[in-house]
Write a new protein. Structure first.
Lengths: 483, 113
């Protein structure tokens, strides 16, 4: 009797939470309403978490003696996990956000896996369907956890090079099969009641161990340039795992939230892969750098460095400048300086536009976010398909910290690993300036023919420092004119 | 009377199907500018897993179950809180800029004309 009211409240709040998640995501999908969207979804989260403590009224008989301890543990875990993550999410530099998303996503996958582990160790699943779904959720959650951690390590620079060994795919397949076999055996033993060959707890541990290892092995060979797609895949997978565990726990809010994210994440993954002109299977199963070694002797010309100040003055007297930002701009935190420089050019009557490649930076849309942070108006920012034809009549294309997204090899060179990827046609501009830290290669590890073009000059240096010099030079012009 | 929710077989499949469709439709046609915030936002939404963690932990009866349940709540809370913090920071950039910027751009345009 005493459980009816809590059950009713939980049911209603979970219903409200599911609605708020959907409504919040809907609001997040338009730039105008986006900021309030996360607040709406956050509201759903808070009420769902508060209501979840009403489960104390309906705990199983076995758990009743431990209730006080369990409540304490739950509060500590909430405060600790939530507090640390909140603090790190607030503190972290803007450029590090992609890897933080990976990390938080891995946590969600781990949580789903852990819920499945509790169900499995406690042998709580009822019926074959629940057991199979528990195992599936556990597998996906564990893979998402370990894979996301590797993705984080790669983006954060902890792991520098993609690790590739011969026959890796066979090893990966073996681990996948082993995980499935252990899972199948667990289901068989639980259902048939036959005594297992290995004690059950060890069997479950082996199952999780194989799944975790599979996540690691699957992610290690994938190059850093593909990490955005990989994070998006794991985001969708975590959603799926959460949805599955929601079914096991008979919680429709988890089912709906998880499955919505699973579908949304899948679509987002496809959009990202499409922007790179690669299929998702291609990203995951063939390695970016594994394409046949590209002969780089066919690039003619030389790198022609110029002073930052000279480049700045040249742009001041151009009539149309298109700026192509890339990860280098984010890494140097040069966005404020860049906008300062753009304002100077605009004051001189120069028509300035920004051209954003869909996969510039380490995450789709990262450049938009970065420029928005610096205060660049939306109407100056153009996406690839909207601006690509304008390069031909631009006086200057200023490429800042971008490389692969302006590599003409994607258009012309069939042997190049990025062949076929849509690129920004910066090489078609009358003059190209490339701001770059040094002569290193881009994330894809291939030489960029654009840099060797007759119309291209290199400006070496940290983006922020280079832009500082450009600003100084252009301001100096104004002073000289006034004197 | 009983308000306990039970879902089996096809009811669960219908929920999954409708939810997946909703997710697909909501994300379809989103401008590229919102891809990162949306990935982060959907990452926050699956932080709801923390509720499942709390349920599992409250029903734990052995030390093993308690420690794994503790881990589930810890990780789930991290997913939710971190996801919110990062998404909110990304989206806040859209907030401050929007109104006065549109006006300023229009003013500039008028001046040019």
């Amino acid at each position: 009797m005493s459980t009816i009211i809590p059950q009713l409240i939980i049911g209603l709040t979970d219903l409200a939470a599911a609605f708020l998640f959907l409504y919040g995501l809907k609001r997040m999908s338009s730039p105008v309403t986006a900021p309030s969207g996360i607040f709406v979804a956050g509201l759903g989260m808070v009420v769902a978490i508060l209501a979840s403590f009403l489960y104390v009224f309906s705990v199983s008989a076995a758990a009743r003696p431990h209730l006080a301890v369990n409540i304490g543990l739950a509060l500590i875990a909430l405060a600790l996990g939530g507090g640390v993550a909140w603090w790190s999410g607030r503190k972290i530099a803007l450029t590090a956000m992609p890897q933080m998303v990976a990390l938080y996503n891995g946590m969600g996958g781990g949580a789903a896996g852990a819920i499945a582990a509790v169900e499995l160790f406690g042998n709580k699943a009822q019926g074959l369907a629940q057991l199979v779904v528990t195992l599936l959720g556990a597998l996906i959650g564990a893979v998402s956890l370990s894979g996301s951690v590797i993705a984080w390590a790669k983006l954060d620079g902890v792991i520098e090079k993609p690790l590739r060994v011969r026959g890796q795919q066979a090893v990966n397949a073996l681990f996948m099969l082993a995980t499935l076999a252990f899972g199948g055996y667990i289901a068989f033993v639980t259902q048939s009641g036959v005594a297992p060959l290995i004690p059950m707890p060890q069997l479950i541990a082996l199952f999780f161990g194989c799944a975790l290892l599979f996540g690691v092995l699957m992610t290690l060979p994938i190059g850093g340039a593909d990490m955005p797609v990989v994070i998006s895949i794991y985001n969708a997978l975590t959603g799926l795992a959460v949805g599955f565990e929601g079914f096991v726990l008979q919680n429709p809010a988890l089912m709906i939230a998880g499955m919505v994210v699973g579908a949304a994440g899948t679509l987002l993954t496809l959009l990202m892969a499409k922007a790179m002109n690669r299929s998702v299977g291609n990203v995951v199963f063939t390695n970016f750098g594994a394409a046949p070694k590209h002969k780089q002797g066919d690039i003619k010309g030389s790198l022609k460095p110029v002073e930052a100040g000279d480049a700045g003055i040249f742009m001041r007297y151009a009539s149309k400048v298109i700026i192509v930002p890339g990860y280098g701009l984010a890494a140097a935190q040069g966005q404020q300086r860049l906008y300062e420089f753009v304002k100077l050019l605009q004051a001189g009557g120069v028509d300035v536009k920004f051209a954003i490649h869909p996969v510039a930076g380490r995450m789709p849309g990262q450049m938009d976010v970065l420029l928005a942070e610096a205060g660049v108006p939306y109407d100056l920012i153009f996406q690839l398909e909207d601006i690509n034809d304008e390069f031909a009549n631009a006086d200057v294309a200023l490429v800042i910290g971008a490389n692969d997204v302006v590599n003409p090899a994607a258009r012309t060179d069939k042997s190049s690993p990025i062949y076929g990827m849509p690129i920004l046609n910066a090489d078609k501009a009358k003059k190209v300036y490339v701001v770059k830290r040094g002569e290193g290669k881009g994330y894809a590890g291939i030489v960029n023919a654009l840099f060797y073009g007759d119309n291209c000059n290199m400006v070496y240096g940290d983006a922020q420092a280079v832009l500082g010099k450009m600003i100084e030079a252009v301001k100096g012009l104004g002073l000289a004119a006034a004197a | 009377m009983d308000f306990a929710i039970t879902m089996t077989g096809f009811v669960a499949l219908y929920i999954f199907m409708l939810a997946a469709f909703a997710g697909w439709v909501i994300i379809g046609g989103v401008p590229a500018i919102l891809h990162t915030p949306l990935m982060s936002g959907s990452n926050f939404v699956h932080g709801i897993v923390v509720v499942g963690g709390i349920f599992a932990l409250l029903n734990a009866s052995t030390v093993l179950e308690q420690s794994i349940g503790f881990g589930a709540v810890l990780l789930g809370a991290g997913n939710a809180a971190g996801g919110y913090a990062v998404t909110d920071r990304m989206l806040a950039m859209f907030q401050v800029s929007k109104p006065h910027r549109a006006r300023r751009a229009r003013a500039k345009h008028l001046k040019k004309v």
